[in-house]
Design a protein around this ligand. Structure first.
Ligand SMILES: Cc1cc2nc3c(=O)[nH]c(=O)nc-3n(C[C@H](O)[C@H](O)[C@H](O)COP(=O)(O)O)c2cc1C
Length: 166
């Protein structure tokens, strides 16, 4: 079993770029969910990323693949999620797809790590947010791309710490 797998769905490349940066930090290569094999869902830490499309919907390749995640037993397995969204244009459904990935993983018994504070974002509502925290890392390439590298670096550090906690 691999230590870390990064799986992403991306339509215009923004989530793919974030996935590459995250995977790089773990010394691995990201896998497009459209090309993923069952073995790709088998890792000590699964990092799952999706942009949000429509109004609050999963990215298209994830829509096709979510049943595979829903059919995978993740009991006791660590999972982290990240999402790309647009907090200005879609402030009522900001990064909702990330919330769906998290809910699906939790429903299969995963241990979710990598929650982050929602402070400093300007969205109105998100199903990925609860009590001031996102279920994972929310990135907004449309409005604040300059913040992405630091957000990813801090999150990777956090994940590396949480990975080693019981
Ligand atoms: C038609 C359309 C619908 C979108 N819907 C949402 C949405 O509901 N929530 C959100 O946070 N972002 C939404 N976005 C923004 C995208 O998620 C964002 O541009 C993202 O960076 C795209 O990433 P990708 O290139 O990896 O697919 C939408 C963008 C478009 C063009």
């Amino acid at each position: 079993m691999d230590e870390v797998k990064v799986l992403y769905g991306s339509t215009t490349g923004n989530t793919e770029s974030a996935a590459r940066q995250i995977a790089d930090a773990f010394g691995t290569k990201p896998v497009n969910i459209a090309d993923a094999t069952p073995a790709d869902l088998d890792a000590a830490l699964l990092i799952l990323g999706s942009s949000t499309w429509g109004v609050g919907e999963l990215q298209g390749d994830w829509t096709a693949a979510i049943s595979r995640l829903a059919n995978t037993n993740l009991t006791g397995r660590k999972v982290a999620v990240f999402g790309l969204g647009d907090q200005e244009g879609f402030g009522d459904s900001f990064c909702d797809a990330m919330g769906e990935l998290a809910q699906t993983a939790l429903s299969r018994g995963a241990i979710l790590i990598g929650r982050t504070s929602a402070e400093g974002y300007r969205h109105i509502a998100s199903t990925a947010e609860e009590d001031g925290f996102f279920c994972g890392l929310a990135l907004d390439h449309d409005n604040e791309p300059e913040r992405t590298p630091d957000r990813i670096a801090a999150w990777v550090t956090q994940l590396k710490q949480e990975m080693n906690q019981p």
